[in-house]
Design a protein around this ligand. Structure first.
Ligand code: DQA
Length: 145
């Protein structure tokens, strides 16, 4: 089954964007790490968009058959009720990931709409957070069925 890994605005610049916060590794590196831990019988749809509506469309697409959703919504985390609503219409496991520890940063990053839906939240582990989240989807999928 397919695990969706969705990335929001500005994450296409990962590796070049504020490396003192987000590090020098890229989203391609994150994808490779995730593929490395993927168990037999699972595949990944690893996606990024700077457009809120595109992310919502992908969440709708995931409703069809996805094993779960890993999502780093970028700054949309702190603003998007529409992404929360889309995730609420998805029935499988959802894990929210942030490269940085949003709770250690500016107060406007302390609130996450997505956390109202997420089954798990990982923040501050950099790219390793994606790996843990993918493994988490597999584990949650097993305990559910
Ligand atoms: C982020 C944290 C957000 O506050 C920020 O807007 C991002 C990245 C993270 O991965 O740490 O774009 O989601």
């Amino acid at each position: 089954r397919t695990i969706y890994v969705l990335n929001g605005p500005n994450l296409n610049l990962l590796g070049r964007r504020q490396p003192e916060i987000y590090g020098y590794r890229t989203l391609k590196d994150a994808e490779a790490l995730c593929r490395g831990v993927l168990p037999e019988g699972h595949d990944l749809r690893f996606l990024q968009s700077n457009w809120e509506g595109q992310i919502i469309d992908w969440i709708h697409e995931a409703r069809e058959s996805a094993a779960g959703i890993v999502i780093n919504p970028g700054a949309l985390t702190h603003t998007s009720i529409a992404i929360l609503d889309a995730l609420n219409a998805f029935e499988g496991p959802v894990i929210e990931v942030h490269l940085s520890n949003i709770h250690k940063r500016e107060s406007f990053r302390h609130t996450s709409y997505v956390s109202l839906r997420a089954d798990g939240v990982i923040a501050g582990l950099g790219l390793e957070g994606y790996v843990a989240a993918v493994q988490g989807i597999v584990t949650l999928g097993r305990t559910e069925s």
